[in-house]
Write a new protein. Structure first.
Lengths: 106, 262
């Protein structure tokens, strides 16, 4: 079960610059903290976030241990054609989640 | 023409005096401030935007749990209560409250756990458990923007009085009471941070320092550690007594759940 909140416009005029914001529930465990038993809690972070627009990559970022839990990402894109934006988070322990947003360009 | 001008002028005077009266009653009647009003603009915007407020992730999770069957009875919250938007509206403004047949008040998290053990026949969730907080946040969120309305119940009086007594009692190595900071010195700075008036308007809150959702109980434990007092055990009735008093103190203020705080 993954929890994601995305804020993107449903429609945009051609050539306009739009902002896409995405928030995801994730502990971003650093791998540096000892747990209650004194052992290090294994690292569990999102390593990479990518966004594609109709298959073309428009934004990507690598995340590290220093990024806070429940990371919030905001980026801009130029609306050239109607289509689907696929947001993808991948990370430790086989974490891979996708969210799709349809944007109509007029 | 002059009559017309006069009429317009009079209307303006009335409008102006009405506006003054409005502002006058607002500042005169209620000077209490939610922590929201004292935090920075960026954080206020974060709380106000439901797609940027990380607390909303937990509300979303709580909504999923609301419809998920649990326990030996294989029942979900929705099986008894239906849609939360209607059945849970205003509920959070009335808690802590007496449970039916119980001998002491319980807070919202306690109520969720009581439902689990009594109706779902499931294990109670441990304190500060993510699912428990998510359910509490989901239920509280249904009362967003409603005024806090502690119930009139004579059985609660003794517990409220106990809460008020704890609030004014000096404790810990620093020998401070809640009231010394949050009544006498609210609005001033402590180590560069504004001291809030301690109105529990947005619990469970998403605190950036915690990077997680946390209950009012967790916040109270924070303060106890801050004054170097020994925190009570997690199931101690003192927390609920204090919560009762704080909700009475914040009566009429609007719920903001899920609030964001620094």
């Amino acid at each position: 079960m993954s929890n994601i909140l995305v804020n993107a416009p449903k429609t945009a005029s051609r050539g306009a610059v739009i902002e896409i914001k995405a928030l995801i529930l994730h502990p971003m465990e650093t791998g540096f903290r000892p747990g209650a038993n004194g052992r290090i809690i294994p690292r569990n972070i999102i390593e990479r976030f990518t966004a594609t627009w109709n298959g073309t990559e428009i934004f990507a970022m690598d995340m590290s241990s220093a990024i806070a839990a429940n990371p919030f990402v905001s980026f801009f894109a130029v609306a050239n054609e109607s289509g689907t934006v696929v947001l993808r988070w991948t990370g430790d322990e086989g974490f891979a989640v996708e969210e799709r947003v349809a944007i109509a360009v007029e | 023409m002059t009559m017309r001008l006069l009429a317009v002028g009079l209307a303006l005077v009335f409008a102006a005096s009405y506006a003054v009266a409005q502002v006058g009653t607002q500042s005169g009647a209620d000077k209490r401030r939610s922590g929201y009003q004292d935090m920075g603009e960026a954080l206020q915007k974060m709380q106000d935007d439901d797609t940027a407020n990380p607390g909303m992730l937990f509300v979303q999770l709580g909504g999923q749990l609301w419809n998920k069957a649990a326990g030996a009875a294989d029942k979900s919250c929705a099986d008894c209560h239906g849609g939360a938007a209607a059945s849970m509206k205003g509920v959070a403004t009335r808690y802590p409250a007496m449970s039916r047949g119980g001998d002491r008040p319980i807070d919202l998290e306690g109520r969720v756990n009581l439902c689990r053990t009594e109706h779902q026949k499931a294990e109670p969730l441990p304190p500060e458990n993510r699912d428990l907080l998510a359910l509490a946040a989901y239920v509280s969120h249904q009362s967003r923007d409603l005024p806090i309305a502690p119930p009139y119940d004579p059985r609660l009086d003794a517990f409220r009085a106990q809460g008020a007594e704890i609030y004014r009692r000096r404790q810990g190595q620093l020998n401070l009471s809640c009231a010394i900071c949050h009544d006498d010195n609210a609005g001033k700075k402590l180590a560069g941070i504004a001291i809030p008036e301690a109105h529990p308007t947005g619990y469970p809150i998403y605190r950036l320092e915690w990077q997680a959702l946390g209950s009012l109980k967790r916040r109270l434990r924070n303060c106890l550690v801050g004054i170097r007092a020994e925190a009570w055990p997690l199931d101690a009735p003192e927390y609920v007594a204090l919560e009762l008093y704080l909700m009475e103190r914040a009566k009429g203020m609007k719920l903001e759940t899920p609030a964001v705080r620094p």
